[in-house]
Design a protein. Sequence first.
Length: 550
Amino acid sequence: MIKKWTPWGGAALLGLFLFTSCNKGEKADLLVYNATVYTVNDGFEKAQALAVKDGKIVEVGSSEGLLKKYAASEEVDAQGKPVYPGLIDAHAHYYGYAMNQRDANLVGTSSFAEVVQRLQAHRQEFPKAAWLTGRGWDQNDWPVKQFPTKDTLDALFPDVPVLIERIDGHASLANQKALDLAGITAQSKMTGGKVEVVNGQMTGILVDNAVNQAVAKIPSPSTPELTQMLKQAEQNLFAVGLTSVVDAGLSKSAVHLIDSLQKKGELNLRVYAMLTPSQENKDHYFKNGPYLTDKLTVRSFKVYGDGALGSRGACLLHPYTDRPTETGFLLETEQEYKDLAAQLYEHNFQMNTHAIGDSANRIILQIYGNLLKGKNDRRWRIEHAQVVNPADVPLFGKYSILPSVQPTHATSDMYWAGERLGLDRVKHAYAFKALLEQNNMIPLGSDFPVEHINPLYGFHSAVARQDAKNYPAKGFQMENALNREEALKGTTIWAAYANFEEKQKGSLEPGKVADFVILDQDIMTIKPEAIRDVKVVSTYLGGKKVFGQP
């Protein structure tokens, strides 16, 4: 048991340090003391100090006890600040986020005219780039909440292909040059994709699999360029307290690059890789099995069930309220999902399926259930689980299926989700509390770069159900808010469990990796409206500081 403690005054602690400095016995590499340590162990106990040796925690306890017991190479006085397990993003796109650094940033644009202005500025900065790309626009934030068309892009950029991605990554706008290079015409048809055509003419809007056809034509950066992008992205993540991320959808080559950089010491971020279900990935990993190192885990596949609600690609049981002729669509046939699920089950790989709409969730839950039968430890996941019919919610518990959700999706979508779903159906969307109750846990992520990389934004959205402006005043559908303990577990121990890594990380206990973060304020006690302003003092991975002042 961890002994209960009371804060020490500075003079008393100094005296204790001087008294015990001559009596220390056991060696440690690092000792953090005078802290409020949230262990996130089974009892959710707090402590004052932790000792680290060889990258792992050796003991957690009182400042008095650990200062007396250990002679550490480095000692850190946390000055009463809170310490938490290293934060884990249970669903993100680290590799894609790194790649996006070459794109024009279109997040927060208030009109299509502003999008065009940013594209022009970006082109001036990178005039020789083969393509002009951007990401982050959202027509729901504009005065006219309709998809833009390619006319302006055709006029301004007739000789350079332009492809700009919507915030959710499930729809893009392409100019004619890009469409021509991709071989997309008004007659193009594909499963799980849509080329928008009005009066016989393409508008430039591509949805889901149609986007992939255009993206395939964009030249890839060189390995040195990509390496630098990954390293910069890693530093950005360490700066917000993330020590582990789930990268949802990677090729074999991307996994091998990350692995090689980690082994050379050029990357340190811990990555749980979900593979794309390409034939190359299946052939290689079905033959060789899961791949595990101390910083990389490869034992799952990421599958896309449907698209996104914002671009009306989410597959619904009943038509969209604001477009009664459409219900969205699956990105593959039901039989293809059944066949893939059977393959993954046979080869003992985790299946993690993106499902937004209530129809997609029902279909995937049923496919899972037919294989899983009942309670199990396969830890198959549904990513997002945004709109789930109440009749289907119990299936998560019945088949031990984990809902992996992103709290900021709720507070980003709340402005327009009711328009898509109607007042009755929206009540069954972003139902985090109801989903948590099925397995008594819920892993939390951000889906960055769809949302911001900062996990504290997700923590705030989970507990307050408010956006960055603390809107709405009483929270959005507060019956599905999480309490602070649940929100912290969701981005630590429950996220680790969803990755089969709860014995290695997710809590500050002896034997686990010494991944932890020190914040300047305690997110467990401060007012909700102050959570997004909390800063990271330092981030440690394996007992080594990877962010913070020397």
